[in-house]
Design a protein around this ligand. Structure first.
Ligand SMILES: [Zn+2]
Length: 247
Protein backbone atom coordinates (compact mmCIF):
# COMPACT_ATOMS: atom_id res chain seq x y z
CA UNK A 1 0.00 0.00 0.00
CA UNK A 2 1.66 3.21 -1.10
CA UNK A 3 1.16 6.57 0.49
CA UNK A 4 -0.42 7.33 3.80
CA UNK A 5 -4.12 7.46 2.98
CA UNK A 6 -6.35 4.42 3.43
CA UNK A 7 -9.63 5.90 2.25
CA UNK A 8 -11.11 9.19 1.19
CA UNK A 9 -10.54 11.02 4.46
CA UNK A 10 -8.46 8.68 6.56
CA UNK A 11 -5.00 9.86 7.58
CA UNK A 12 -2.90 7.02 8.90
CA UNK A 13 -0.46 7.11 11.77
CA UNK A 14 2.17 4.39 11.41
CA UNK A 15 2.68 2.34 14.58
CA UNK A 16 4.21 -0.90 13.32
CA UNK A 17 3.68 -4.18 15.14
CA UNK A 18 6.00 -7.20 14.78
CA UNK A 19 3.07 -9.57 15.30
CA UNK A 20 2.22 -10.86 11.82
CA UNK A 21 3.16 -13.51 9.30
CA UNK A 22 2.49 -14.35 5.64
CA UNK A 23 -0.93 -14.69 4.00
CA UNK A 24 -1.85 -17.58 1.71
CA UNK A 25 -4.55 -15.67 -0.22
CA UNK A 26 -5.80 -12.12 -0.67
CA UNK A 27 -8.08 -10.93 2.15
CA UNK A 28 -11.81 -11.10 1.41
CA UNK A 29 -13.18 -10.46 4.91
CA UNK A 30 -13.06 -7.63 7.45
CA UNK A 31 -13.40 -8.34 11.17
CA UNK A 32 -14.28 -5.50 13.53
CA UNK A 33 -13.27 -5.60 17.19
CA UNK A 34 -13.35 -3.41 20.23
CA UNK A 35 -10.10 -3.12 22.14
CA UNK A 36 -11.67 -3.98 25.52
CA UNK A 37 -9.00 -2.14 27.48
CA UNK A 38 -9.12 0.94 29.68
CA UNK A 39 -7.33 3.19 27.18
CA UNK A 40 -6.46 3.23 23.52
CA UNK A 41 -2.80 3.78 24.37
CA UNK A 42 -2.71 0.58 26.43
CA UNK A 43 -4.40 -1.35 23.63
CA UNK A 44 -1.95 -0.10 20.99
CA UNK A 45 1.01 -0.91 23.25
CA UNK A 46 -0.25 -4.47 23.73
CA UNK A 47 -0.90 -4.95 19.99
CA UNK A 48 2.73 -3.93 19.33
CA UNK A 49 4.26 -6.03 22.11
CA UNK A 50 6.16 -9.04 20.72
CA UNK A 51 5.42 -10.95 23.94
CA UNK A 52 1.65 -10.53 23.53
CA UNK A 53 1.59 -12.16 20.07
CA UNK A 54 -1.57 -10.29 19.09
CA UNK A 55 -2.10 -7.52 16.56
CA UNK A 56 -4.53 -5.97 14.11
CA UNK A 57 -4.08 -4.10 10.87
CA UNK A 58 -5.62 -0.92 12.24
CA UNK A 59 -6.64 0.69 15.51
CA UNK A 60 -9.26 3.44 15.41
CA UNK A 61 -9.23 5.84 18.35
CA UNK A 62 -12.39 7.44 19.74
CA UNK A 63 -11.39 10.81 18.21
CA UNK A 64 -11.09 9.23 14.74
CA UNK A 65 -7.31 8.88 14.55
CA UNK A 66 -6.31 5.71 12.70
CA UNK A 67 -3.14 3.81 13.53
CA UNK A 68 -1.68 1.31 11.05
CA UNK A 69 0.07 -1.60 12.77
CA UNK A 70 0.31 -4.33 10.11
CA UNK A 71 0.31 -3.98 6.30
CA UNK A 72 -2.90 -5.29 4.72
CA UNK A 73 -0.98 -7.84 2.65
CA UNK A 74 0.28 -9.51 5.83
CA UNK A 75 -1.63 -11.83 8.20
CA UNK A 76 -2.28 -10.05 11.51
CA UNK A 77 -3.19 -11.97 14.67
CA UNK A 78 -6.57 -10.64 15.80
CA UNK A 79 -9.27 -13.29 15.46
CA UNK A 80 -7.77 -16.40 17.07
CA UNK A 81 -9.84 -19.58 16.95
CA UNK A 82 -12.63 -18.67 14.57
CA UNK A 83 -15.13 -19.88 11.99
CA UNK A 84 -17.13 -18.34 9.15
CA UNK A 85 -18.62 -20.30 6.24
CA UNK A 86 -16.21 -23.18 6.80
CA UNK A 87 -13.13 -20.96 7.14
CA UNK A 88 -11.37 -21.72 10.42
CA UNK A 89 -8.35 -19.45 9.93
CA UNK A 90 -10.12 -16.14 9.66
CA UNK A 91 -6.84 -14.28 10.28
CA UNK A 92 -5.54 -15.67 7.00
CA UNK A 93 -8.37 -14.18 4.95
CA UNK A 94 -9.30 -11.04 6.87
CA UNK A 95 -8.28 -7.50 7.69
CA UNK A 96 -8.69 -6.75 11.40
CA UNK A 97 -9.77 -3.38 12.75
CA UNK A 98 -9.57 -2.74 16.49
CA UNK A 99 -11.96 0.02 17.57
CA UNK A 100 -11.05 1.69 20.85
CA UNK A 101 -13.76 1.06 23.47
CA UNK A 102 -13.41 -0.21 27.05
CA UNK A 103 -15.85 -2.99 26.20
CA UNK A 104 -18.21 -4.93 28.43
CA UNK A 105 -15.49 -5.48 31.05
CA UNK A 106 -14.40 -1.87 31.62
CA UNK A 107 -17.45 0.28 30.87
CA UNK A 108 -18.98 -0.34 27.48
CA UNK A 109 -20.03 2.90 25.85
CA UNK A 110 -21.30 4.35 22.58
CA UNK A 111 -18.89 4.66 19.66
CA UNK A 112 -18.43 8.40 18.85
CA UNK A 113 -19.37 9.68 15.38
CA UNK A 114 -15.77 10.64 14.52
CA UNK A 115 -14.68 7.10 15.27
CA UNK A 116 -17.47 5.51 13.22
CA UNK A 117 -16.72 7.84 10.30
CA UNK A 118 -13.07 6.80 10.44
CA UNK A 119 -14.07 3.12 10.33
CA UNK A 120 -16.25 3.86 7.30
CA UNK A 121 -13.36 5.66 5.61
CA UNK A 122 -11.09 2.70 6.28
CA UNK A 123 -13.67 0.33 4.79
CA UNK A 124 -13.97 2.55 1.71
CA UNK A 125 -10.24 2.20 1.17
CA UNK A 126 -9.98 -1.50 2.01
CA UNK A 127 -12.79 -2.39 -0.38
CA UNK A 128 -11.19 -0.36 -3.17
CA UNK A 129 -8.11 -2.58 -2.82
CA UNK A 130 -9.61 -6.00 -2.03
CA UNK A 131 -12.75 -7.92 -3.00
CA UNK A 132 -14.74 -7.98 0.26
CA UNK A 133 -18.44 -8.91 -0.05
CA UNK A 134 -20.94 -7.23 2.29
CA UNK A 135 -21.67 -10.60 3.90
CA UNK A 136 -18.05 -10.87 5.03
CA UNK A 137 -17.92 -7.65 7.04
CA UNK A 138 -18.25 -9.16 10.49
CA UNK A 139 -17.75 -8.73 14.20
CA UNK A 140 -15.30 -10.78 16.21
CA UNK A 141 -18.30 -12.28 18.06
CA UNK A 142 -19.70 -13.53 14.74
CA UNK A 143 -16.60 -15.64 14.06
CA UNK A 144 -15.93 -16.64 17.70
CA UNK A 145 -19.32 -16.51 19.45
CA UNK A 146 -18.33 -18.79 22.35
CA UNK A 147 -15.37 -16.59 23.31
CA UNK A 148 -16.05 -13.03 22.21
CA UNK A 149 -18.68 -10.28 22.43
CA UNK A 150 -16.99 -7.53 20.42
CA UNK A 151 -17.63 -5.06 18.95
CA UNK A 152 -21.01 -5.63 20.61
CA UNK A 153 -24.57 -4.41 20.55
CA UNK A 154 -23.69 -0.69 20.71
CA UNK A 155 -21.71 -0.81 17.48
CA UNK A 156 -23.70 1.01 14.74
CA UNK A 157 -23.85 -1.71 12.07
CA UNK A 158 -26.90 0.01 10.57
CA UNK A 159 -24.92 3.22 10.05
CA UNK A 160 -22.16 1.21 8.35
CA UNK A 161 -24.68 -0.40 6.03
CA UNK A 162 -26.13 3.01 5.18
CA UNK A 163 -22.60 3.99 4.14
CA UNK A 164 -22.44 0.94 1.88
CA UNK A 165 -20.66 -1.57 4.10
CA UNK A 166 -22.14 -4.83 5.39
CA UNK A 167 -25.56 -6.43 5.48
CA UNK A 168 -28.55 -4.95 7.29
CA UNK A 169 -32.30 -5.57 7.37
CA UNK A 170 -35.02 -3.54 9.00
CA UNK A 171 -37.47 -5.00 11.54
CA UNK A 172 -40.23 -7.17 10.16
CA UNK A 173 -43.80 -5.88 10.26
CA UNK A 174 -45.28 -9.19 11.41
CA UNK A 175 -42.70 -11.41 13.08
CA UNK A 176 -43.66 -15.01 13.83
CA UNK A 177 -43.26 -17.32 16.81
CA UNK A 178 -40.23 -17.60 19.08
CA UNK A 179 -37.81 -20.50 19.42
CA UNK A 180 -35.66 -20.87 22.51
CA UNK A 181 -33.59 -23.12 24.73
CA UNK A 182 -35.16 -26.55 25.11
CA UNK A 183 -37.16 -26.37 21.89
CA UNK A 184 -36.59 -29.08 19.32
CA UNK A 185 -37.86 -30.23 15.96
CA UNK A 186 -37.93 -29.21 12.31
CA UNK A 187 -38.42 -25.51 13.04
CA UNK A 188 -35.25 -25.46 15.13
CA UNK A 189 -33.40 -27.40 12.43
CA UNK A 190 -34.45 -24.93 9.74
CA UNK A 191 -33.47 -21.98 11.92
CA UNK A 192 -30.03 -23.49 12.65
CA UNK A 193 -29.58 -24.20 8.95
CA UNK A 194 -30.26 -20.52 8.28
CA UNK A 195 -27.53 -19.49 10.75
CA UNK A 196 -25.19 -21.92 8.99
CA UNK A 197 -26.07 -20.51 5.59
CA UNK A 198 -25.32 -17.00 6.80
CA UNK A 199 -21.91 -18.24 8.00
CA UNK A 200 -22.07 -19.22 11.67
CA UNK A 201 -20.63 -22.48 13.02
CA UNK A 202 -24.12 -23.85 13.69
CA UNK A 203 -24.30 -27.51 12.66
CA UNK A 204 -28.07 -28.14 12.50
CA UNK A 205 -29.27 -30.73 15.02
CA UNK A 206 -32.89 -29.77 15.64
CA UNK A 207 -32.03 -29.22 19.32
CA UNK A 208 -32.01 -25.61 20.59
CA UNK A 209 -29.02 -26.19 22.86
CA UNK A 210 -26.61 -23.83 24.63
CA UNK A 211 -24.39 -23.63 21.54
CA UNK A 212 -27.38 -22.40 19.54
CA UNK A 213 -28.24 -19.79 22.19
CA UNK A 214 -24.62 -18.58 22.14
CA UNK A 215 -24.71 -18.11 18.37
CA UNK A 216 -28.07 -16.34 18.63
CA UNK A 217 -26.56 -13.88 21.12
CA UNK A 218 -23.78 -13.11 18.61
CA UNK A 219 -26.37 -12.69 15.85
CA UNK A 220 -28.37 -10.34 18.07
CA UNK A 221 -25.34 -8.20 18.95
CA UNK A 222 -24.93 -7.58 15.23
CA UNK A 223 -28.41 -7.64 13.70
CA UNK A 224 -31.02 -7.47 16.49
CA UNK A 225 -29.35 -5.19 18.98
CA UNK A 226 -32.40 -4.28 21.05
CA UNK A 227 -32.48 -7.73 22.66
CA UNK A 228 -29.41 -9.88 23.32
CA UNK A 229 -30.78 -12.88 25.21
CA UNK A 230 -30.11 -15.97 23.08
CA UNK A 231 -33.81 -16.50 22.41
CA UNK A 232 -34.78 -16.51 18.74
CA UNK A 233 -37.85 -14.35 19.03
CA UNK A 234 -39.93 -13.69 15.92
CA UNK A 235 -37.95 -10.55 15.14
CA UNK A 236 -34.63 -12.39 15.31
CA UNK A 237 -35.94 -15.13 13.02
CA UNK A 238 -37.40 -12.58 10.59
CA UNK A 239 -34.13 -10.67 10.40
CA UNK A 240 -32.18 -13.85 9.72
CA UNK A 241 -34.53 -14.71 6.86
CA UNK A 242 -34.21 -11.15 5.55
CA UNK A 243 -30.42 -11.32 5.60
CA UNK A 244 -30.42 -14.65 3.75
CA UNK A 245 -32.48 -13.04 1.00
CA UNK A 246 -29.69 -10.47 0.54
CA UNK A 247 -26.98 -13.10 -0.07
ZN1 LIG B 1 -11.84 -8.97 19.19
Amino acid sequence: MAGTRAGADVRLIDAPSPNFDARRAPPDMVILHYTGMQTGEAAIARLRDPQARVSSHYVVEEDGRVFRLVPEERRAWHAGKSFWKGETDCNAVSIGIEIVNPGHEWGYRAFPDDQVEAVIGLLDGIRSRWEVPDGRILGHADVAPDRKEDPGELFPWKRLAEAGHGLWVEPDAAPGAALGPGDEGPGVFIFQAGLTKLGYDSAPSGQYDEATATIVRAFQRHWRQETVDGVADGETRARLMGLLRLL
